[in-house]
Design a protein around this ligand. Structure first.
Ligand SMILES: NC(=O)c1ccc[n+]([C@@H]2O[C@H](COP(=O)([O-])OP(=O)(O)OC[C@H]3O[C@@H](n4cnc5c(N)ncnc54)[C@H](OP(=O)(O)O)[C@@H]3O)[C@@H](O)[C@H]2O)c1
Length: 169
């Protein structure tokens, strides 16, 4: 029998096109200022955790301001402004600064989604080509509420199905 997954107080946050694309050529396939504003509003003052490829997609490889930036990588390279961790185990041990957001990309989502309490998912309505895709999340999460809807996108908050309504997150 598979042991139950331990759910962590982690929140995944991502934007995805209808074909599940989340990235193209190491960057975002779209320009959606209203989604970036939502991302900034949610993550400012909190901890963001990203894979190395996502770190390399940031402008000039600089950390995002007013946030604690953590990157998971086996690289020995200096990454000024980032806290480096090598294994997911270290993530569970990290002393928390505010909320902990898993911000991608696909490899990191693949490893962490079953253990995330919540998922903030921006459904991008237009079709975009991609080379990086959102791993399956539907088996782990149920939609709770739509937070924002525009012509271009719908932002939905999902909750891990393994949590009961009594669990604080
Ligand atoms: N649409 C969105 O909301 C969104 C969000 C984030 C990213 N993106 C896009 O997604 C793309 C990047 O995603 P990606 O899947 O290629 O890469 P990624 O997950 O950002 O980074 C992969 C790298 O991170 C490290 N890593 C990831 N998971 C790990 C784990 N469980 N344990 C240890 N190390 C781990 C490894 O680094 P080492 O090789 O150094 O060991 C791995 O090679 C870009 O196009 C980016 O723009 C889109």
């Amino acid at each position: 029998m598979t042991p139950p997954t331990h759910i962590e107080p982690w929140t995944a946050i991502v934007a995805m096109a209808p074909n599940r694309a989340i990235g193209l050529n190491g960057t975002l396939p779209w320009r959606l200022p209203e989604d970036l504003a939502f991302f900034k509003q949610m993550t400012t003052g909190n901890t963001i955790v990203m894979g190395r490829n996502t770190m390399e997609s940031l402008p000039r490889n600089r950390p995002l301001s007013k946030r604690r930036n953590v990157v998971i990588t086996s690289s020995e390279d200096e990454m000024p402004g980032f806290e480096k961790i090598r294994h997911l185990d270290e993530l569970a041990e990290l002393p928390t600064v505010g909320m902990l957001f898993i911000i991608g990309g696909a490899q990191l989502f693949n490893a962490t989604l079953p253990r995330c309490s919540e998922l903030y998912l921006t459904h991008v309505k237009d079709h975009f080509e991609g080379d990086t895709f959102m791993p399956p999340f539907e088996q782990y999460f149920a939609p709770v509420e739509t937070l924002e809807e525009t012509e271009a996108m719908q932002i939905v908050r999902y909750r891990n199905k393994a949590l009961t309504s009594h669990d604080a997150i």
